[in-house]
Design a protein around this ligand. Structure first.
Ligand SMILES: [Zn+2]
Length: 155
């Protein structure tokens, strides 16, 4: 019996998968997002054992395993610890963002940890580690991290 697939070259297709999903944000993330949306206030949580302040807020301190019960209002200004520039468009870049896109690891005043967010209103070649930045809130806020539109240089 002859091989019915002899001479057939296997093909590879490129495609995309769109997977809608939802997840339970939990009480810590919910309070953080609701406060951000409704009051434009950035909250962190504080460990009562080691006094570290976490942003994004964490329910449990990863060092002490203490439940973080204290909320801390953080400044909307902070310091760039690191950054990277994407000069090509890819799936992780929202359609309303122009390339190049700059991501910064930003430590807000009063926090001991940093958050990843967009840097804008500055050219990539002018971004420096240690520069001071300030949060710019979105006009329409929906209870997501995108309620902070981006961070801009402090003038
Ligand atoms: Zn701790």
């Amino acid at each position: 019996m002859s091989d019915p697939f002899k001479g057939i070259e296997p093909m590879v297709y490129q495609s995309k998968i769109n997977v809608p999903y939802s997840w339970w944000a939990g009480d810590t993330a919910s309070k953080f997002y609701i406060t951000l949306r409704d009051e434009k206030i950035i909250l962190g949580t504080k460990c009562e054992t080691c006094n570290k302040v976490f942003l994004p807020p964490r329910k449990v301190c990863p060092s002490c395993f203490t439940e973080n019960r204290e909320w801390v209002t953080l400044a909307d200004e902070g310091t760039v610890l690191s950054f990277t520039v994407a000069r090509r468009r890819f799936a992780a870049i929202p359609n309303n963002k122009k390339v190049p896109v700059i991501w910064g690891l930003i430590k807000l005043d009063g926090a001991d940890t940093a958050m990843l967010h967009y840097l804008d209103e500055i050219k990539p070649e002018n971004v420096t580690i240690g520069m001071r930045v300030k949060a710019v809130f979105s006009e329409v806020r929906q209870g997501t991290i995108r309620d902070i539109s981006h961070f801009k240089p402090v003038q």
